[in-house]
Design a protein around this ligand. Structure first.
Ligand SMILES: [Zn+2]
Ligand SMILES: [Zn+2]
Length: 351
């Protein structure tokens, strides 16, 4: 089968590999119908993910059809359509029992797929702990509707949850890329008073204005004035930073009101500095890190119920053999690209 492979820093390549087989009774093999490209894949390519293993198949955001299931898999059967969770978790260890599945202590726990073990920019993928890592897709939901459930939408949902948005709050979301938009969709479910989305990319701001007219979309240069004008208490009640640069990190704490919660979901390529003397007395609460992807069933139910729709994010489509070009497009943010849906096997044509 074809598999997009992390060869070395700066180099991914489409290679021929054997179809994966079940290694453990808890595994499932999924025939990938659609896969997508995530900014985290670019971080691997740039050498910014030290735990990524050269030679692995990349890709951790996909949907497909269960081809085979190990003898102890209970929740899915061959033939089921499923969304694959970016995170592998056991549901049994100390962290899993508390819901912190990102810190699962299983050898495959956490972000393993497409990082430490073979992922899903391929025709088939082996999913360990399949009972936890697969969410069945109802017949009423298409593959494109479900494509982001296991990764960027799980991240947005988690960010909105841990940010503890209260009804009526002013929420600032920094970054109008795919993860920022998923965060926005999930934040809107909490009925905030107003939502501000900030990005330096005019095309992305136009995307927000077109699809979510109830949201204020603003360039970074205009953000301080806007915050001063629309926030009654000197800043946003909740800030969610999904931008991932030094500038966006600084904006996150600067634009928060005293005693606000600042949630950092971005994955930076360099360390960031908190200038504690400058922020003394602001008494901010910071929450940081990688998604705990344990809400995928709830997210799938919200999609099936028409409460979340991420399909406008799919701006481009291609087949697995064209994935190199799709990476170039995604990396350079050409042609207004938000997300690319990559057809990995031909069933995708019919869904
Ligand atoms: Zn990702
Ligand atoms: Zn665990």
């Amino acid at each position: 089968m074809l598999a997009y492979t992390y060869v070395e820093k700066g180099c991914f390549e489409l290679r021929e590999k054997p179809v994966p087989e079940i290694k453990d009774a808890k595994d499932a093999i999924v025939r990938v119908t659609l896969s997508s490209i995530c900014t985290s894949d670019l971080h691997i390519k740039n050498g910014a993910v030290p735990r990524a293993v050269p030679g692995i198949t990349v890709g951790h955001e996909m949907v497909g059809i269960v081809e085979a299931a190990g003898s102890s898999v209970k929740t899915v059967r061959p033939g089921d359509r499923v969304a694959v969770n970016v995170e592998t978790f056991c549901k049994e260890c100390f962290f899993c029992r508390k819901g912190y599945v990102n810190n699962c202590t299983d050898p495959d726990g956490g972000w393993a797929l497409g990082c430490r073990i073979d992922g899903g920019q391929a025709e088939y993928v082996r999913v360990p702990h399949a009972d936890c890592g697969l969410t069945r897709i109802p017949d009423s939901v298409t593959d494109e509707q479900a494509l982001f459930v296991g990764d960027i939408l799980a991240t947005g949902f988690w960010a909105a949850r841990i940010s503890e948005i209260q009804k009526g709050d002013t929420v600032l979301i920094i970054g109008a890329g795919p993860t920022g938009i998923c965060t926005l969709l999930c934040a809107l479910l909490k009925e905030p008073g107003q939502v501000i989305v900030c990005d330096r990319d005019e095309e992305r701001l136009a995307f927000v204005k077109k699809n979510y007219p109830q949201v204020i979309a603003v360039l970074p240069g205009k953000l301080p004035e806007l915050i001063g004008r629309v926030c009654s208490h000197g800043g946003a009640d909740v800030v969610i930073e999904a931008g991932g640069t030094g500038e966006t990190f600084r904006m996150a704490w600067e634009c928060a009101r005293p005693n606000a919660t600042v949630v950092i979901v971005a994955l930076y390529e360099e360390p960031q500095i908190l200038p504690l003397p400058d922020m003394y007395g602001k008494n901010l609460t910071f929450k940081t890190g990688g998604v705990d992807g344990c809400d995928c069933q709830e997210i799938m139910d919200l999609i099936a119920g028409g409460r979340i729709d991420t399909t406008p994010l799919i701006t481009h489509r291609c087949s697995l053999t064209q994935i190199g070009g799709a990476y170039r497009l995604f990396e350079n943010k050409d042609d207004g690209v938000m997300k690319v849906a990559v057809r990995c096997s031909e069933d995708a044509l019919h869904r």
